[in-house]
Write a protein that binds this ligand. Structure first.
Ligand code: WQD
Length: 343
């Protein structure tokens, strides 16, 4: 009998890639998504990749009654992976209440329902944003968490505390928070990928849209940072490597292999890459000379961050497999596939 895994936000960027990996590992993912930042057609594309069309329920996790009815109907859920959240740093500064309400209320309702229905395991989609600008690099899981630089980052910090405190108060709940660094790229089939609504906030989708000619030019937000080439440094990991880590985390919880009721793992390559180096990677894999302009810094950006992934490497037996160029090529292949309407 396949174990049923609830994937909230499962038609989104990381959620859809994780749903593919869950199916390929013999699980039965079931998705709740309100399609705020994704499209229902993603489940058809997942079916093209895996041969399995995951069940999709379309509603908002903040609708407590609907969520309770859903869990009553699906009383054989073994674990939950919680992706559903608003995640645009800039937008969160302009709409803090929407971010706190959506990201925190949905998590609180989900935990309540899990406790009520005896669902014991949760994997939480967290972010390296919780670190702010780390004093020491590469950053480890026990680095002090600096005050969040955005309401989005704060919802991740508070979310982790809510989960940790719940696992302390209720020994039946075990959880793992996965702190993502910068996920990029797309499934090698180019049937699913990152599809931001409107003007992309994140670097790589803006890069590939500029390469395709949808955007006039890329604005590089600052080259006066204290880094080798002056542009910000991040840890870009392939989204499929990231998705695989979620399956490992789910197995760890279901098989009772967690060391404590609440664990945290950094998911990154361990390598810092600057914005200008990312542009060069795109130019190598696409053969296109990218049009870009150096402009002023973006508010809220930290200067540099990259992971020390050794704890996840050792404890989860997980590490990233794709190089920057390999990940960037999948992002470019996805952009072309999607824009050429081959989907
Ligand atoms: C990366 C670098 C920008 C766009 C955010 C979230 C984080 C995670 C990943 C969820 C920065 C520069 C960007 C552009 C640019 N999300 N940039 N021109 O801000 O590191 O992280 O996304 O888990 O939680 O905070 O990612 O891709 O926006 O920026 O120069 O048009 O690219 O200044 O240095 P970020 P990003």
């Amino acid at each position: 009998m396949k174990k049923k895994i609830l994937v909230t936000g499962g038609t989104g960027y990381i959620g859809s890639h994780t749903t593919v990996e869950l199916i390929e590992e013999g699980f039965e993912p079931i998705i709740i998504d309100n399609l705020y930042n994704s499209e229902a057609v993603v489940v058809d594309r997942i079916q093209k990749i895996t041969g399995v069309k995951p069940h999709l329920e379309i509603f908002d996790l903040c609708d407590q009654e609907k969520l309770d009815r859903f869990i009553q109907k699906n009383n054989d859920i073994s674990a939950v992976i919680h992706f559903a959240a608003y995640k645009a740093v800039g937008e969160s500064v302009n709409k803090p209440l929407e971010y706190y309400r959506n990201n925190l209320l949905s998590l609180i309702y989900l935990l309540d329902i899990m406790k009520h229905h005896g669902i014991p395991s949760l994997v939480f989609s967290s972010s390296c944003t919780v670190y702010g600008q780390p004093e020491k690099l590469p950053v480890t899981e026990n680095a002090p968490l600096q005050p969040a630089t955005s309401p989005y980052g704060n919802t991740k910090q508070i979310g982790e505390s809510i989960i940790r405190d719940t696992t302390v108060s209720d020994k039946n709940i075990k959880a793992i928070s996965l702190r993502y660094f910068n996920p990029i790229g797309a499934h090698p089939s180019a049937l699913i990928g990152e599809l931001p609504r409107g003007i992309p906030e994140n670097l790589v989708p803006f890069l590939t849209q500029t390469g395709y000619g949808i955007r006039e030019e890329l604005k590089v937000f600052g080259n006066d940072y204290n880094t080798p080439d002056g542009s910000c440094i991040r840890d870009y990991l392939h989204v499929v490597d990231l998705a695989k880590a979620h399956v490992i985390a789910i197995k760890r919880l279901i098989e009772g292999k967690s060391k404590t009721n609440y664990e945290v793992f950094n998911l990154g390559t361990g390598k810092g890459v600057s914005v200008l180096e990312a542009i060069k990677s795109f130019e190598r894999v696409s053969g296109i000379k990218l049009k870009y302009k150096i402009v002023g810094r973006r508010a809220g950006d930290i200067e540099k961050i990259w992971a020390n992934p050794s704890y996840a490497n050792k404890e989860l037996g997980w590490k990233t497999l794709s190089s920057l160029d390999e990940a960037m090529k999948t992002a470019w292949d996805w952009e072309k596939m999607f824009r050429n309407n081959k989907l």
